[in-house]
Design a protein around this ligand. Structure first.
Ligand SMILES: Cc1cc2nc3c(=O)[nH]c(=O)nc-3n(C[C@H](O)[C@H](O)[C@H](O)COP(=O)(O)OP(=O)(O)OC[C@H]3O[C@@H](n4cnc5c(N)ncnc54)[C@H](O)[C@@H]3O)c2cc1C
Length: 323
């Protein structure tokens, strides 16, 4: 690891100032993903700006209508264990509760989770100068790609790694970011960016902008669930995950949001699955056709065709759990 200066910010404004003073400086929340980058020499910043010392960003507030305001520094463990989140937004509680290990969840923050970088092994190894690091090749295309994407790939094929982002997108969450021009709100759908737009970044925050809060709309009358499939029961990233939020009336699905994780460079909203659900009763036939719809347009790489069947099974299981 290269030497760096550690600066602890007392306010978000001071954090931005500390970042701006030394170009190349980086923010640290829980530090789980950041420290991996430092240890692997993927980043060699002159200064690390710790924001865990900024008070007030580690709270969950429940709005009178049941919406949630989750500070960017709230840990995954706290989101997962919060009684109101478990009751009104169970998919979010479960997504956070299944990420990583208990030790990591006690340190990792929801902001850092959403903004963590891809887990592709070529990206993570110093010796591969891949597209994500300013090179001109995505080594996954001709290499080991069993954990890579089946949707939205090109020119980079690394999957988005965040559990929380999948559930947040299913609830239509928005993010509050604070930059030089003050705070702004970004819809979850606009926060994440495909590599065809920018192969170097996964999100649209400006350099020097801080994520301060996640706002999750009230989910009264919404049934929701999150499920994932991992290679092993112990801590691991999912091979595939799914978050589904449905509103039904008189036995008919009126609204549906279906988001898949670990299959695309962004949390992947499956509008075809949603179309297969809306206006139908959530019965066996609807569930079967929605599961098939979830993989229309999938483009597996050489070693990850198994994800197609896995997505269908997971969407079916998630819908059955809601039916
Ligand atoms: C063994 C292992 C298993 C794991 N399994 C899973 C899993 O199953 N699912 C899953 O989702 N994750 C998993 N993870 C990843 C882990 O959850 C993330 O690394 C963690 O959530 C990142 O949060 P953090 O607060 O530590 O972020 P940090 O490491 O502090 O930051 C991550 C990135 O976000 C930036 N950042 C952080 N906060 C802000 C902010 N408020 N504003 C602007 N930029 C910010 C940082 O500069 C950095 O680039 C796993 C990790 C390990 C080591």
């Amino acid at each position: 690891m290269h030497r760096f200066e550690l600066a602890q910010a007392a306010t978000t404004a001071q954090a931005r100032e500390l970042l701006g003073e030394k170009p190349g400086s980086v923010l640290k929340a829980g530090g789980i993903d950041l420290l991996d980058h430092l240890k692997e020499h993927l980043l060699e910043p002159p200064r690390v700006v710790d924001i865990k010392t900024v008070p007030g960003l580690d709270k969950i507030a429940v709005e009178p209508d049941g919406g949630l305001r989750i500070g960017a520094l709230v840990t995954l463990a706290k989101v997962a264990a919060h009684p109101a989140v478990q009751k009104s937004h169970p998919a979010l509680a479960r997504a956070c509760g299944e990420a990583a290990s208990p030790q990591i969840r006690n340190v990792a923050t929801i902001g850092g989770n959403v903004l963590q970088r891809p887990r592709c092994w070529y990206y993570r190894l110093e010796s591969y100068k891949c597209l994500k690091k300013g090179g001109d090749v995505c080594f996954a295309v001709g290499g080991e790609n069993r954990y890579h994407v089946i949707f939205g790939g090109g020119p980079v094929y690394a999957p988005h790694p965040s559990n929380a982002a999948v559930a947040l997108l299913a609830y239509g969450a928005t993010f509050v970011a604070e930059g030089a021009k003050g705070p702004r709100t970004v819809a979850a759908a606009d926060l994440f960016v495909l590599p065809s737009k920018d192969p170097l970044r996964e999100h649209t925050l400006e350099p020097g902008e801080l994520l301060t809060e996640v706002r999750v709309p009230a989910a009264a009358g919404v049934k929701s669930a999150y499920l994932e499939v991992r290679e092993r029961a112990a801590f691991d990233w999912p091979l595939v995950s799914a978050a589904i939020a449905l509103k039904a009336e008189g036995g008919t699905v009126k609204e549906a949001r279906v988001v898949l994780g670990a299959v695309a460079p962004v949390p992947w909203r499956s509008t075809r699955t949603e179309q297969a659900l809306v206006g139908k009763a959530l019965d066996e036939a609807t569930i079967a056709s929605a599961a098939r719809a979830a993989t229309v347009g999938a483009q597996p790489l050489s070693d990850n065709g198994y994800k197609v069947g896995l997505v269908q099974t997971l969407v079916r299981r998630t819908l059955v759990s809601l039916a």
